[in-house]
Design a binder for this molecule. Structure first.
Ligand code: AP5
Length: 216
């Protein structure tokens, strides 16, 4: 099964994709994570995309499509969860081609329907453990002991450079202008399933599970 999780920054795509990967043996293909890995490695692609990501703008279609193509080749036969891809009509068309070339097809486009203002608070408060990657939030999910990771005990944490309010607002604008227009592209094919992304993480998970479990 191949699915897209679609929604603005902070909608919960990464949270749900990681859960599906853990519970269903599907593979999370997050272009945001791939680009952050490229940045951290100091590769030529990483250098190229750093300023674009920090401004909250979209990286070129060619770069992200190439990244997705490489990862798809390394997970032949596994179910794919596209997280943060596609983000433009050109990327949606490129994904069709990438899947068709590999004899695969899309089963669902799951739209996380959310209130954008609430998302600014969600995003600007999040942080992760620098050692094990466990995710937290200043208000909604603080560590049990202040300054100590619940999972590995590390005292080092990090925040994404693009998680400040100004950049988040640019990311939202990019979503409205370039990504939301891909919904009609998939609606015309009857692939879009809407989920209430403002519900709790567990409730969102249950809604997504119901969609996947109802699939033939
Ligand atoms: P990317 O990393 O994809 O970021 P994003 O789309 O802005 O999404 P986020 O990771 O911020 O949010 P999310 O929806 O995954 O939410 P999460 O689960 O983390 O992209 C970053 C940048 O890379 C882009 O700006 C662009 O520059 C570039 N890029 C990436 N892909 C690209 C592409 N295809 N084309 C071009 N450029 C690309 O949740 C957020 C917070 O909310 C967490 O703290 C979480 O714990 C919490 N939370 C989640 N669900 C709930 C819930 N139901 N209730 C309460 N809290 C919740």
């Amino acid at each position: 099964m191949n699915i897209i999780l679609l929604g603005p920054p902070g909608a919960g795509k990464g949270t749900q994709a990681a859960r599906l990967q853990a519970t269903r043996g599907m593979i999370q293909l997050s272009t945001g994570d791939m680009l952050r890995e490229a940045r951290a490695s100091g590769s030529p692609i990483g250098e190229k995309v750093k300023a674009i990501m920090d401004a909250g703008e979209l990286v070129s279609d060619a770069i992200v499509t190439a990244l997705i193509g490489e990862r798809l080749d390394s997970c032949a036969g596994c179910g794919a969860i596209f997280d943060g891809f596609p983000r433009t009509i050109a990327q949606a068309e490129a994904l069709d081609l990438l899947l068709a070339e590999r004899g695969r097809h899309l089963d669902h486009v799951i739209e996380l329907v959310v209130d954008e203002e609430a998302l600014v608070t969600r995003i600007t408060g999040r942080f992760t453990c620098a050692k094990c990657g466990a995710g937290y939030h200043d208000s909604f999910r603080p560590t049990k002991v202040a300054g100590v990771c619940d999972v590995c005990g590390s005292t080092e944490f990090k925040r994404r450079p693009d998680d400040n309010e100004q950049t988040v607002r640019t990311r939202m604008e990019e979503y409205r202008a370039k990504t939301a227009p891909i919904l009609p592209f998939y609606q015309a094919r009857g692939l879009v399933r809407r989920v209430d992304g403002m519900a709790s993480v567990d409730e969102v998970a249950a809604q997504i599970d119901a969609i996947l479990d109802a699939s033939p």
